[in-house]
Design a protein around this ligand. Structure first.
Ligand SMILES: CC(C)(COP(=O)(O)OP(=O)(O)OC[C@H]1O[C@@H](n2cnc3c(N)ncnc32)[C@H](O)[C@@H]1OP(=O)(O)O)[C@@H](O)C(=O)NCCC(=O)NCCS
Length: 199
């Protein structure tokens, strides 16, 4: 399972590759520089005073352990080969579901360049074609316009609203749920992104 996560994918100046232990300094700098930008959308821990998991080591050790177990795939997104954000595949379910959830962020300095939709498209193609998953979902707070733009560009379908779905910014927050199933995609998600963005 670990092998299906050890991939480097690219499209133009944008790419994805697995998160590594040695990403710590860049990860911490990017997140410190973008603190106010990221904080309103950060998942928080309800049983630990509603705080976010802030240190790289806390975050990475959980994500890398899940990756070893086949439960997740933490990728970084890159611009000209340099890390600028993260795309994390969480909650992989095998058996009859063959599904996963995706979460993401990009540094404020690189927002608006299409980094996240392109990185998510590359990851979705990998999940559908190589890992053989059937469904990918993304949960977004209704007020997060930039993130809603990402799923719109990728052609995800809205499934509905889940009340008090996730603990974000210190409270249980409603989310809109979006999904993409393999049959929705005729060809590759990365090609679909190009045609949706051109509209
Ligand atoms: C949501 C997010 C990942 C989008 O990533 P991105 O790589 O900037 O995605 P895009 O380049 O496609 O831009 C998406 C939207 O951001 C907005 N945007 C564009 N340029 C921007 C800039 N310079 N600064 C801020 N927002 C900008 C636009 O609304 C754009 O949509 P449009 O292209 O239809 O106009 C990013 O905004 C982010 O990290 N936000 C904070 C964390 C977060 O919300 N994570 C997701 C939780 S569900």
């Amino acid at each position: 399972m670990a092998r299906s996560w050890a991939v480097t994918l690219g499209h133009g100046r944008i790419g994805v590759r697995p998160l590594r232990r040695r990403d710590a300094p860049v990860w911490e700098r990017l997140r410190a520089d973008s603190l106010a930008w990221l904080q309103p959308w950060e998942a928080t821990l309800p049983r630990e005073g509603g705080r976010a998991t802030s240190s790289y080591w806390q975050t990475a050790s959980v994500l890398l352990r899940r990756a070893r177990r086949g439960e997740g795939m933490p990728f970084v997104s890159t611009w000209d080969g340099q890390m600028v954000g993260q795309v994390t595949v969480n909650s992989i379910s095998w058996g009859s579901a063959r599904s996963a959830s995706i979460g993401y962020w990009v540094a404020r300095s690189h927002a608006g360049r299409g980094v996240t939709p392109t990185a998510v498209a590359l990851v979705c193609d990998h999940l559908f074609e190589s890992v053989n998953l059937h469904r990918v979902d993304i949960a977004i707070r209704p007020e997060n316009e930039p993130s809603l733009a990402v799923v719109r560009k990728l052609g995800f379908t809205e499934v509905g609203t889940a009340p008090r779905y996730l603990h974000i910014g210190g409270e249980w927050a409603d989310h809109q749920l979006f999904q993409l199933v393999r049959e929705d995609v005729d060809g590759r998600v990365i090609d679909r992104l190009a045609s949706n963005s051109a509209r």
